[in-house]
Design a protein around this ligand. Sequence first.
Ligand SMILES: NC(=O)C1=CN([C@@H]2O[C@H](COP(=O)(O)OP(=O)(O)OC[C@H]3O[C@@H](n4cnc5c(N)ncnc54)[C@H](OP(=O)(O)O)[C@@H]3O)[C@@H](O)[C@H]2O)C=CC1
Ligand SMILES: CC(C)(CO)C(=O)C(=O)O
Length: 223
Amino acid sequence: MELREWLEPSTCPILSLQNGVDSEAFLANAFGAKRIWGGMAIKIGGEVVKPGEVVSTGIAKITYGPWPKLDKHQLMPTKLTIFAKYLALANIPFELTSDIQSELWKKLVINNGVNPLSAITGLDTFELTHNPYYATVVLSAMQETAVAALNDGVIISQQDIENLFELIKNFAPIKTSMLIDKEQGRPIELDAIVGSVLERSKLQGVSAPQNQQFWQSLTEFAR
Ligand SMILES: NC(=O)C1=CN([C@@H]2O[C@H](COP(=O)(O)OP(=O)(O)OC[C@H]3O[C@@H](n4cnc5c(N)ncnc54)[C@H](OP(=O)(O)O)[C@@H]3O)[C@@H](O)[C@H]2O)C=CC1
Ligand SMILES: CC(C)(CO)C(=O)C(=O)O
């Protein structure tokens, strides 16, 4: 919220590309829901390797849309379509979606599956998803995230989970952002990636043992 003073006097839309499903609600609370768009960066693995030098894998696509989603009868607001033109002009791959909330949850299925486990083991996404033991851990965490999503009215099917697992399995090996943060001694995004799932599981009265284990193993690196 260090940016509050800078953002408050303006009326410009705010688009967060952070991982997780909670930043939009947080920003809406601070700046009003009207200004908030939902978004994420997908098919990217990026790392600042030294000051001024970024190494990135993947097409680096931005998926964004009205937050939390567009009603069936609503038209896409013009500002979002105008922004699409600028992304196209800048050669940034993008997708403008009417249901960003579902897309954010699907991305969280991937992040919850691989980020904490990579931070615990030090392994990249390829190593985790190709190792028979770790792959079952990844899939259990993904299942728990899909159950947690129901709390927000988002349905993620078994087929979706399998597709998301295959997506990350067949992608180039990525050192996850959580592993990079841990190595760099920065606070890891444990609340956004694991806490959000635990919170929704609790609300639904279901247990999420894999996420509990992630939380216990990583909590000391979150602050
Ligand atoms: N890395 C990846 O491949 C992916 C990352 N994401 C998500 O994107 C988000 C950012 O990750 P990533 O780019 O890897 O993170 P980095 O740590 O590489 O970059 C974060 C940037 O934010 C700046 N920053 C941090 N705190 C503040 C602050 N209080 N005020 C102003 N600037 C600040 C940092 O500045 P400084 O350098 O000065 O510290 C840094 O330039 C995370 O939510 C991550 O999960 C999503 C998909 C893939
Ligand atoms: C999915 C993944 C692992 C790469 O895009 C990511 O979002 C992250 O490292 O935080």
